[in-house]
Write a protein that binds this ligand. Structure first.
Ligand code: FPP
Ligand code: MG
Ligand code: MG
Length: 335
């Protein structure tokens, strides 16, 4: 793998930034002085996630730094990493309400502990705090990018609900809708945050585009692998139940690949697997059709492109190696 260096641990390279970020998030969130809402927001933030998004944003910031003289940019860039994590956390609070999820990251979800109303408000609160932090960057282009991301998250969620699915008849339409859902729901946040973090340091359009494309390809690959793990993973390792997507009626890449070979899947997809035996039959066909292998291959394609993008554009340093390693981690992770 070009640019790969086994000695570089992406997490360790930015661990001091992440510590600053954790403290900052704590003070960002605690201004509310409303014990219950504070606790609800803090509950989610305390369940340490993988923090993949801020790690990527920080690695891009450091890796590209030698290309431009922008002293002082790092503080704004750290704030952007925090904003990215806050928007993500807000979307998870709302997502668990929508999905009626009782667990998150192996613990009880905020909606399970505090109820739906507080979970929704806690999500709104984090989004509001992210908006204030965003405004304080005093960069209208960056504000526009991240605001568009929030719109994209909602659009992705609505596409996933299947509204308008009556127009999506054949397998190509379904795959196209799935890929645009994947961009809106998952890749847009990381892609646009990567672009924004280069803009904060005054990088060229070439660097900004490369950062965006890296974030987009890695984001899509992470979601493809997530959809694969939902079928082949274990609840133990994932910290959440498996086969969630099918149970919620979502046809993801493995199923849509299987559809190319087994048209009899179409009615099951259209009725969102809600009849007795639909899930079992679908799983059987997915395995027979190689839907799992094809999904992994598509994720690999995106990762190879992401690696190529940064190796072509960013200077060779440990941070760039970490970006390469992180991209490859998407393909091997088990949680
Ligand atoms: C997780 O997906 C959900 C998202 C990545 C985005 C959810 C977006 C919204 C609820 C729209 C509202 C947005 C904001 C900013 C308030 P999942 O349910 O497939 O994954 P999971 O297994 O982690 O629950
Ligand atoms: Mg969910
Ligand atoms: Mg969801």
């Amino acid at each position: 793998i070009p640019g790969h260096s086994s000695s570089v641990d992406p997490f360790r390279l930015v661990s001091s930034d992440l510590e600053v970020m954790a403290n900052s998030i704590r003070s960002t969130v605690s201004i509310l002085q409303h014990p219950v809402l504070d606790a609800a927001a803090a509950h989610l933030l305390s369940l340490h996630g993988k923090r993949i998004r801020p790690i990527i944003v920080l690695l891009i910031a450091h890796s590209a730094a030698p290309l431009v003289a922008a002293p002082g940019a790092i503080a704004a860039q750290r704030n952007l990493a925090e904003i990215t994590e806050l928007i993500h956390a807000a979307s998870l609070l709302h997502d668990d309400v929508i999905d009626v999820a009782s667990t998150r990251r192996g613990e009880r979800s905020v909606n399970a502990v505090f109820g739906n109303q507080l979970a929704v408000l806690a999500g709104d609160f984090l989004l509001a705090r992210a908006s204030v932090a965003l405004a304080r960057l005093r960069d209208c282009d960056v504000v526009e990018l991240l605001s568009t991301v929030i719109e994209h998250l909602v659009r992705g969620e609505v596409i996933q609900m299947g509204n308008g699915s009556s127009f999506k008849r054949d397998e190509n339409d379904l795959f196209e809708a799935y890929m645009s859902k994947t961009f809106f729901k998952t890749a847009s946040l990381v892609a646009n945050s990567c672009r924004a973090v280069t803009m904060l340091a005054g990088h060229t359009k070439e660097v900004a585009d490369a950062a965006y494309n890296y974030g987009k390809d890695v984001g899509i690959a992470f979601q493809l692998m997530d959809d694969l793990l939902d079928i082949i993973g274990t609840a133990d390792k994932l910290g959440k139940p498996v086969l969630n997507d099918l149970r919620q009626g979502h046809a993801t890449a493995p199923v849509l690949y299987a559809l190319q070979q087994f048209p009899e899947l179409l009615p099951m997809i259209e009725r969102r697997f809600n009849e007795e035996g639909d899930i079992e039959t679908t799983l059987e066909l997915v395995k027979r059709a190689d839907g799992l292998t094809k999904t992994r291959e598509l994720a690999t394609e995106h990762i190879l492109r992401a690696v190529d993008t940064v190796v072509q554009t960013l200077p060779a340093n440990d941070y760039r190696s970490a970006l390469v390693n992180l991209a490859n981690f998407a393909l091997t992770r088990e949680r």
